[in-house]
Design a protein around this ligand. Structure first.
Ligand code: PEP
Ligand code: MG
Length: 547
C-alpha cells in the first residue's frame, strides 16, 4: 500500500526574539482569552462576600508570587517583590472595594478599577511609570485568574510552547524551562523584558505572529532562529526539525567542551575571553576558571529596586562579592549607565526627545555628583578585595574623563581621611560614542578602552538598537563600523592603551572573525556565550584569508 500522503503543517512567520528550537504542545494562555471572557456585569451581589472573594484571590496571588522568589536572581526578584508590594498596598484594592458597594461582581469591579489605574500609568510622562503599567496588567490578570478559578498551576506550563498575545515577566519566571518549551507570541517585541530573560535562559522565542489562530494542544515546532512556527507538522517536517534539534544539541555539547579551556585561534593566537555580568547572582552558577575575568559589570542592577538609589554600603558589598568571585582576575565595573534604554526612577530625565542622545551614562553621573560620589566611594572601598578596574560609559570629551578622575581621587582622599580601607584602581572608558572612536588620541589619559559595539553600531548606522524595523541596518558588520573599530584598535595600540570589546557582537560566532581581523585580542561576552565564543575562536586561522 502506498504511504498516506502526509500533509504539511500550518506555518506562521513571526520575528525571532530568542534563538533555539523547541518542540511541544501549544498552550494558549488564559490571559489571552481573558479580555473576551469577562464575566457578565452582574448587580445585586453581596458586597461583603464579593470583597472576601477579591481579598482571597489577592492573597493567593501574593502567595504564588512569594513562592517564586526563592529561586530568582536579584533583577528578577526585584520585579516580583515590586508586584507583591503593589498587591499589598491598599491603594490598589480600595477603588475596586468602593464599587462593590453597588452590588457588583468582584471580577468586574477589579477589572474596571485596574483598567483605570493602568490607563493612568500609561499616560504618565515618566518612562518608569509607563513601564509599571505592564506590571499592573500582569497583576490584574493574575488576580482575575484566581477569582475565576482558572489559575493554571505553574507545572502545567513546563515543556509547552506557550502562546498568547504577550507574556508577562512573572509568567515567564514561574515557568520551569528546564523541561524545554518556548514562546510564540502574537504581539511582543524582541527588546521586551521577557525577550531579554528568554535569551539569558536559552528559551526559544518568536514574537509578532499577528492574528494567527493558534490551536490549543496542537503540536508545535518553534524555530527561534528564523521566527517560523509550524503547527501540526507532517512527519517529515517533524523528523527534519528533530534532526536539527539533535545537531544543535551536539553543537552545544561540543561548545561546552571549549568552555573551561583558554581561548586560542587555530594558529595559536591567545584571545582573552571575559564575561559580562548584569547581576552578581549570575556568578553563583559560574566557575571563574572558565573566563579571563569580568570584562563588564553593568552596575545598573543596583539601581532598579523599588527601594530607591542604593547606598554606599550596599554597593560596596555587591562590588566586593564580584571581586572575590573572580579570585584575582580583572573585574571591570562600569559606573552607572542610566538613561537611554536604561531609565532609573528619580534620576534619569523623563521626556527627552531622543534619550539615546541625551543625558545618559557619564553625562548623567557628572550632572548628579552627589549620586556619582557614592558609587566612586563604594568602588574605592571594594578595590583592595581584588583586581578592580573602573570603567566610564558614554565618554565623549576628554574633560569628562578628567573630571571623573578628579572625583575618584577626591573620594579616595575622603575615605583615607576617614580611616577607611580603600585603594585606587585603573580608570578606563567605554568607546561607544563615535567621537571617542574616531579620535582615541584625545583620551590618552584613559587606562584602558573597551568597545561598546551595541551603542557604537547604533550611533554609526543611525539605526536604534531597540527598533525592530531597522534591525537589519543596525549591523556591526557594516564596513563603516568595522573600519572604525579597526582604526580605534590601531590607535589604542599606538597609544599603548589596552583595548577590548564588550558589546554583544563579541559573543556572536558569525561576527568574531571580522572582530579579530580588526586586531582585537580580548572580548567580553554573556556567560551563556562563553563556550560558543571559544569554539568559534578555535576555528579561526588568523593567517588565512576569510570572508
Ligand atoms: C555597548 O553599548 O556595547 C555596551 C556593552 O553597553 P550597553 O549594552 O550596556 O549599553
Ligand atoms: Mg553602551
Amino acid at each position: 500500500m502506498p504511504p498516506t500522503p502526509d500533509r504539511s503543517g500550518l506555518q506562521f512567520q513571526g520575528t525571532p526574539a530568542a534563538p533555539g528550537l523547541a518542540i511541544g504542545p501549544l498552550l494558549v494562555l488564559e490571559d489571552d482569552a481573558a479580555p473576551n471572557d469577562a464575566p457578565a456585569p452582574q448587580a445585586g451581589l453581596d458586597p461583603e462576600a464579593e470583597a472576601g472573594r477579591l481579598r482571597a484571590a489577592m492573597s493567593e496571588a501574593v502567595a504564588e508570587l512569594a513562592a517564586l522568589l526563592a529561586d530568582l536572581d536579584a533583577e528578577s526578584a526585584g520585579i516580583i517583590e515590586f508586584q507583591i508590594a503593589m498587591l499589598e498596598d491598599d491603594a490598589l484594592i480600595d477603588p475596586a472595594l468602593e464599587t462593590l458597594a453597588d452590588g457588583k461582581d468582584a471580577a468586574v469591579a477589579w477589572r474596571a478599577a485596574l483598567d483605570t489605574q493602568i490607563a493612568d500609568y500609561e499616560a504618565a510622562n515618566d518612562e518608569y511609570f509607563r513601564a509599571r503599567a505592564s506590571d499592573l496588567s500582569d497583576l490584574k490578570d493574575r488576580v482575575l485568574r484566581h477569582l475565576s478559578g482558572r489559575a493554571l498551576p505553574a507545572q502545567d506550563l513546563a515543556g509547552k510552547v506557550l502562546t498568547g498575545r504577550d507574556l508577562t515577566p512573572s509568567r515567564f519566571l514561574e515557568t520551569d524551562w528546564t523541561r524545554g518549551g518556548g514562546l510564540a507570541l502574537r504581539q511582543g517585541s524582541p527588546s521586551s523584558h521577557v525577550a531579554m530573560l528568554a535569551r539569558a535562559r536559552g528559551v526559544p522565542m518568536v514574537v509578532g505572529l499577528g492574528d494567527a489562530d493558534l490551536p490549543d494542544g496542537g503540536e508545535a515546532l518553534l524555530d527561534g532562529e528564523s521566527g517560523l512556527l509550524i503547527v501540526d507538522p507532517s512527519s517529515a517536517e517533524r523528523a527534519a526539525f528533530a534532526d536539527r534539534q539533535a545537531a544543535a544539541r551536539r553543537a552545544q555539547a561540543a561548545e561546552a567542551a571549549f568552555r573551561g579551556e583558554p581561548a586560542a585561534t587555530r594558529d595559536g593566537t591567545a584571545i582573552a575571553v571575559m564575561i559580562n555580568v548584569a547581576d552578581p547572582a549570575e556568578l553563583d552558577a559560574l566557575d571563574p576558571n572558565d573566563c579571563d575575568g569580568i570584562g563588564l559589570v553593568r552596575s545598573e542592577f543596583l539601581f532598579h529596586g523599588a527601594a530607591g538609589l542604593p547606598d554606599e554600603e550596599k554597593q560596596y558589598r555587591a562590588y566586593r562579592r564580584m571581586l572575590e568571585w573572580a579570585e584575582g582576575r580583572p573585574v571591570v565595573i562600569r559606573t552607572l549607565d542610566a538613561g537611554g534604554d536604561k531609565p532609573v526612577a528619580g534620576l534619569t530625565m523623563a521626556e527627552e526627545s531622543n534619550p539615546f542622545l541625551g543625558l545618559r551614562g557619564l553625562r548623567l553621573s557628572l550632572a548628579h555628583p552627589e549620586v556619582f560620589r557614592v558609587q566612586l566611594r563604594a568602588l574605592a572601598r571594594a578595590a583592595p578585595h581584588g583586581s578592580l578596574k573602573v570603567m566610564l560609559p558614554m565618554v565623549t570629551r576628554p574633560e569628562e574623563l578628567h573630571e571623573a578622575r578628579r572625583l575618584f581621587g577626591e573620594a579616595l582622599t575622603e575615605l583615607q581621611e576617614e580611616g577607611k580601607a580603600c585603594a585606587a584602581a585603573p580608570l578606563g572608558m567605554m568607546v561607544e560614542v563615535p567621537a571617542a572612536a574616531i579620535a582615541p588620541e584625545l583620551f590618552a589619559e584613559a587606562d584602558f578602552f573597551s568597545i561598546g559595539s551595541n551603542d557604537l553600531t547604533q550611533y554609526v548606522t543611525a539605526a536604534g538598537r531597540d527598533i525592530a524595523a531597522v534591525a537589519p541596518l543596525n549591523d556591526v558588520s557594516h564596513p563603516a563600523v568595522l573600519k572604525l573599530i579597526a582604526s580605534l584598535v590601531a590607535g589604542a595600540q599606538a597609544l599603548g592603551i589596552e583595548v577590548s570589546l564588550c558589546g554583544d557582537a563579541g559573543g556572536e560566532p558569525s561576527r568574531i572573525p571580522a572582530l579579530l581581523d580588526c586586531g582585537l585580542r580580548s572580548l567580553s561576552v554573556a556567560p551563556l556565550a562563553l563556550g560558543r565564543t571559544k569554539a568559534a575562536i578555535a576555528g579561526i586561522d588568523l593567517g588565512a584569508p576569510h570572508g
